[in-house]
Structure formats: structure tokens, C-alpha cells
Design a protein around this ligand. Structure first.
Ligand SMILES: *Cc1c(COP(=O)(O)O)cnc(C)c1O
Length: 431
């Protein structure tokens, strides 16, 4: 099918990027489990290697199954192109790679997935990059943190783990003023709830491991390019605007226009960093995306009901769900993610760290895992697991204080979920 703007999300989540297989007519996208592709002749091979013709060379760079997924996610996000990779964390490095150089920095929100805080505060230093962590509700500090060496601003749309909603248009304005791209991690929201490009984002990154696949089977990541950033308006992004030595002096922006970032991500990023998504993973994620809108509607319906039930319970202190009217971020839901505030939130249990541990160990339906966005309900005590590497101050800033438990609400029967929580809260708080 041709992907026109006339098709609704529910149609595009099934059809975008996929055509009946040209060799067999197979209706479902085949899993092209192959490493390499035969060149028609030497001239064809040369044209592919020169990027004069788009085609398949080797599956570290491109694969037909992965290509369908790339087109589908790009369409759902309203971008011009996408690059899939091996995990969400790979997507973050791949998004920064064309923009960064030693001694350059990024300005990032304090409210991020725990693994991202570690990646940005520790690991990227090995590349000579650095990150400045700022409260993204404090626009004055955010503006002040951006300096001549800043190459991107990074945040999550619905931020993990606390149900915080980022005021994307305001952040995009500051990035624009500074002439640098805004990168938004849209994992917790998915393009069904929030399309960051419409709010001014330049790049959108995903852990496809989560809601997009939706069944906890594979890890994957994706970077979507809005195609809207002018990489040549300053000398800040030489990999895209100047002759790229890693590709015999090719000028990506001049040659590929709005697709410069996508081509760079494949021809250099995947080629040299090798963080490639495998076709089997792309297959599972394509299957998952077909039901994304149905699942998200049910995730939200269950999350709202459970957040309200917890909020009214005496054993519970604070529920952070932005879908509750009492949330300081309730007004942003209508602006940023009008279909709902997602299905991920935290709450605190009276009794602190020990009560949280007992609670997690007493649940039956909720699984205690370091994951989110599965069809099944999940729970984690972040302070003793995903956010363990952080200082208590960083834990609290990230919404993962010692008395806080995170829930990822699944699509099971909501009454069963509430009984499970009720039983475990009783076990956790009896003295
Ligand atoms: C899980 C997650 C990541 C990392 O993704 P992986 O696929 O586990 O590498 C990044 N950001 C957010 C918001 C996540 O939930």
C-alpha cells in the first residue's frame, strides 16, 4: 500500500512499510534470515557501495525485514526515515554518534531511565563526551546549561519511572534557539500516545524492547529522524555537513538532504559500530506493533483504575501517575499525550525500603523483572535494582527513592490485578 496521510494510526500500524513479498506474494513480512545479498553484476555492486543506488549488501547494514520495521516506525512517528539497532541503549549511542566529538556535551533531563543515567553520566566519558543533568521544568537552568560545545538536548516524553510528562514544545524552543537538535526517548509513550516530532523534536529514539514489541521477547532500538534539522546551518555537525572522512569524503547533508541522518546512521553508524538489529527481532516487533493501539488503550484503562485505587488506599503514600487529577503534570497530559499518560508509574509504600521488598516478593500476577511495557504486569523496586548504581540523591531526583515501587500495568483483567496488589500490600504492611 502507499502510505498516505489519509490512513489512520490503526491502519498504518498494520500496513506501513509492508508489501506482499515480491518473490512469493507472502502477505506477512518474511524473515529474511540471510547475511548477504548477491550483486547483479560488478557495476551494481559498485553503485551500492557508492550509495548511488539503495539496496542490500550485508545484514550488518541493511536487511529487508528490518527495513520494513524501520519504515513502519518512521511512519507512525511522522519522520522521514529510521534506523533500527540492537537495543534501546544502542539507539541512544547511535543517535549521538554523528553529532558528537571529544569535548562536546549534551544537556539531559534528570528524569531518565536508570540505565540511561549511567550511560550518560559514566560510559560516554570514555568517548570524551559528557552530559549535564538539568531539571527540565526549570527552563532558565536548562538554557544556562547549553553552551558552545553542546550538541544536543535529550529527554523522555513520559519519563521513566515516575510518570513525569515533559513539556516538549518549550524544550524544543530552547534547542531551536541554540541551533541544536532535541532528541526525545519516546519508549514509555509510544507514537500512539505521543508524537514528539509534532512537538518540535529532531530525533526520536525508542527501546523497541518495550511497548512496541509488547510481549517481552526481544531487545531492540530505533532512531527516527524528523528530517527537519538543517545540519549545515552551523559548523557544529561536520559529520553531516562536511566531507565525512569515514565515507571517502561524502557530504551527507548535501547528498541526501532530509535523509542525511538516516543514511549516516546506516552507512557509518551500523557499518562501523555494528549495533545491528537481527531480522528475527524485527519480526517479533512487527507483529507487536500490529496491535499497539489496542494494547495501549487497555494499558491506560487499567493504569487509571489501579492508580485511583492505590491513591485512595491508606497503606500507600504517593502515587505519581500523571493521569490522576492530583498530579502536577495532569494538565500536560492534554497537551503532550491526550490519549493518556501511559501505564507506568510509581507509588510509595508506608514502611519504606523493607515494606517495598516484602510487597514485591508477595505479588503473584505481577512479575518482579527489570523490564516494562510488556502485556503482563510487572513490578520493580528501582532503588534495589535498576537504580542501584545511583546515589540516594540521584535516585530521588530520578523518582526512584528507597520507599518507591514502580509498576508497569499490563493488559490482564483489572480486578485480578487489584486483588493481587491488595494481598501484597497487606503482607508488606502488617507488623
Ligand atoms: C528500556 C529503556 C531503555 C533502554 O532500552 P534497551 O532496549 O533495554 O537497551 C531506554 N530508555 C527507556 C525509557 C527504556 O525504558
Amino acid at each position: 500500500m502507499t502510505d498516505g496521510p489519509t490512513y489512520g494510526f490503526d491502519t498504518l500500524q498494520i500496513h506501513a512499510g509492508s508489501r506482499p513479498d515480491s518473490a512469493t506474494g507472502a502477505r506477512q513480512t518474511p524473515i529474511y534470515q540471510t547475511t548477504a545479498y548477491v550483486f547483479r553484476d560488478s557495476e551494481h555492486a559498485a553503485a551500492l557501495f557508492n550509495l548511488q543506488e539503495v539496496g542490500f549488501i550485508y545484514s550488518r547494514l541493511t536487511n529487508p525485514t528490518v527495513a520494513v520495521l524501520q519504515e513502519r516506525i518512521a511512519t507512525l512517528e511522522g519522520g522521514v526515515g529510521a534506523v533500527c539497532c540492537s537495543s534501546g541503549h544502542a539507539a541512544q549511542i547511535m543517535a549521538l554518534f554523528p553529532l558528537m566529538a571529544p569535548n562536546k556535551n549534551i544537556v539531559v533531563s534528570t528524569r531518565l531511565y536508570g540505565g540511561t543515567v549511567t550511560q550518560f553520566s559514566q560510559t560516554i566519558k570514555r568517548f570524551g563526551w559528557s552530559a549535564k543533568f538539568v531539571d527540565f521544568d526549570d527552563l532558565v537552568s536548562l538554557r544556562a546549561a547549553i553552551d558552545a560545545d553542546t550538541r544536543a538536548v535529550f529527554c523522555e516524553s513520559i519519563a521513566n519511572p515516575g510518570g513525569y510528562i515533559t513539556d516538549l514544545p518549550e524544550i524544543a524552543k530552547l534547542a531551536d534557539e541554540a541551533g541544536i537538535p532535541l532528541i526525545v526517548d519516546n519508549t514509555s509513550a509510544t507514537p500512539y500516545l505521543c508524537r514528539p516530532i509534532e512537538h518540535g523534536a529532531t530525533l526520536v529514539v525508542h527501546s523497541t524492547t518495550k511497548y512496541l514489541t509488547g510481549n517481552g521477547t526481544v531487545t531492540g532500538g530505533c532512531i527516527v529522524d524528523s528530517g527537519k534539522f538543517d545540519w549545515s546551518s552551523s559548523d557544529k555537525f561536520p559529520s553531516l555537513s562536511q566531507p565525512e572522512p569515514a565515507y571517502h569524503g561524502l557530504k551527507f547533508h548535501e547528498t541526501f538532504g532530509s535523509l542525511a541522518f538516516t543514511f549516516h546512521g546506516i552507512a557509518i553508524g551500523l557499518r562501523d559500530l555494528g549495533m545491528t538489529m537481527n531480522p528475527q527481532a524485527a519480526h517479533y516487533t512487527l507483529l507487536g506493533i500490529e496491535t499497539l493501539s489496542l494494547r495501549m488503550d487497555r494499558h491506560i484503562q487499567n493504569a487509571v483504575e489501579i492508580a485511583k485505587w492505590l491513591d485512595a488506599d491508606d497503606r500507600v503514600d504517593l502515587v505519581t501517575y500523571a493521569g490522576l487529577e492530583s498530579s502536577p503534570y495532569f494538565d500536560r497530559v492534554a497537551k503532550i499525550c491526550p490519549k493518556g499518560a501511559g501505564a507506568l508509574f510509581t507509588f510509595s509504600i508506608k514502611g519504606g525500603y523493607e515494606a517495598c521488598i516484602k510487597f514485591v516478593d508477595s505479588l503473584e500476577i505481577f512479575s518482579h523483572v527489570a523490564n516494562l511495557g510488556d502485556s503482563r504486569s510487572l513490578v520493580i523496586h528501582s532503588a534495589s535494582t535498576t537504580h542501584r548504581q545511583l546515589s540516594p540523591e540521584q535516585q530521588t531526583a530520578a523518582g526512584a527513592a528507597p520507599d518507591v515501587v514502580r509498576l508497569s500495568i499490563g493488559i490482564e483483567n483489572v480486578l485480578d490485578l487489584i486483588s493481587d496488589l491488595d494481598r501484597a500490600l497487606t503482607a508488606a504492611t502488617k507488623s
